[in-house]
Design a protein around this ligand. Sequence first.
Ligand code: NAD
Ligand code: UD1
Length: 343
Amino acid sequence: MTRTILVTGGAGYIGSHTTLVLLQAGFQVVVLDSLCNASAESLKRVAQLAGREPVFVQGDIRDRALLDQLLAHHPVQAVMHFAGLKAVGESVAQPLRYYENNVGGTINLCQAMAAAGVFTLVFSSSATVYGDPATVPITEDQPVGQTTNPYGRSKFMVEQVLGDLAVADARWRVALLRYFNPVGAHESGLMGEDPNGIPNNLLPYITQVAVGKLPELAVFGNDYPTPDGTGVRDYIHVLDLAEGHLCALKALQTRTGAHVWNLGTGQGYSVLEMVRAFEAASGRPVPYRISPRRSGDIANCYADPTKARKELGWGAQRGLPDMMRDAWRWQSMNPNGYSGGRN
Ligand code: NAD
Ligand code: UD1
C-alpha cells in the first residue's frame, strides 16, 4: 500500500484540496510548491481541516538538486504532479516560460523520480488537449493535439513525453487525468480558489461580481451553436476532482503503462445557466452584459466520463447547486482569498 505521496503544486487550488483528501485518507503528504501562484496559508487551512500537517518544502520542480534531496529524505512512493503555470493569455505572451516550467519541469521531475526509483505518477492534464472537439460528449479516444495556445500545447507535450516514457520503461505507472472545468471549494469555506488579479475563469469572475469586487460579468458571445447561444462546459466540483486522484492512484497499483482518464461530470452547462444557478444558490444578483466572443473559445466541451467510472470506480457526486454554494461560501467568507500570503 502506497503511504507517502509527493504533491507538486500542493499549495495551489486543486493540489491543496487533493492534499486534504490524501491526509484524510491516511496518507503522508510532502508538498513541493514554489508559491509562485499560491500562498502557504492554503496549507495551514489544510492542516486545520485534516488535524495534521503535510510536510511543506518551498521550492521549484526545475531544481534537480532539491528534488534529489527531497526524494532521499522522504519515502515517497508516488507523485501527484499539479505544479504548472495555467494562464492561457500569459502563455501566448511568454511561451518559453510556459514550456520551460510545464514541460521542462516535468522532465526534470521524472528524471529525479527515476533516479530515486519512484515510478508512479498522476499528472494534471486538461480537456484543452482535445482542442475544438468534433463531437460531444468527449471520449478519451478522440483526437488530441489541435490545441490553440502554448499552455494547451504544454499539456499535450507532457502527455506525449509521459506516454513515451511508459513505453520505454515498463516500471512506469502513469495516470494522465484530463480535467474538465474545476470549480467550487471545500464545504467549510476555509479553502477555495484564489486567483491572482482579475479572474480569467467564469465562476471566480461571477463570485467576485456577486461580492462587489467587479461591476458586471462579460458573457463572451451568445451566438454559439448551443441551446441559449452561450458556451457550454463541464464544471466539476474540486473535491470530486480530488477524489478522482485517489481513485487513479489506486488503479495504478494494478496497471503499468500510461493511462488516460477524463475527469468530468458528463453534464454541460451554459454560461447563462451558470449565472442563474449561482443567483439561486447565493441569493445575489449577477449583472451581466453580452460581449464579443473571447478569442480561442469553443462552443461545447463536456466529458464522457464512462471510462473513469468503469476503470476507476469514480464518478462525480456533487451537483451544480453544491458547486455554487461552496464557491459562494468561500468567496463571502474570504473576500480577499488567502489574503496577505502572496507577494
Ligand atoms: P494553481 O496555480 O492554483 O496551482 C499550481 C501550483 O503550482 C501553484 O501553487 C504554484 O505556486 C505551483 N507551481 C507552479 N510552477 C511551479 C514550479 N515550477 N515548481 C513548484 N511549484 C510550482 O493551479 P490549479 O488550478 O490548482 O491547477 C493545478 C494543475 O492542474 C495545473 O497543472 C493546471 O495546469 C492543471 N489544470 C487546471 C485546470 C483549472 O481549471 N484549474 C484545468 C485543467 C488542468
Ligand atoms: C479556459 C481555458 C482553458 C483551460 C480552462 C480551465 C481559455 C481560452 N481557455 O477554458 O485552456 O483549460 O479555462 O482552466 O482561456 N466566460 C464568460 N465570461 C468570463 C469568463 C468566461 O462568458 O468572464 C465563458 C467562456 O466563454 C466559456 C465559459 O464561460 O464559455 C467558461 O470559461 P472558462 O472558465 O474560462 O473556461 P474554458 O473556456 O473552458
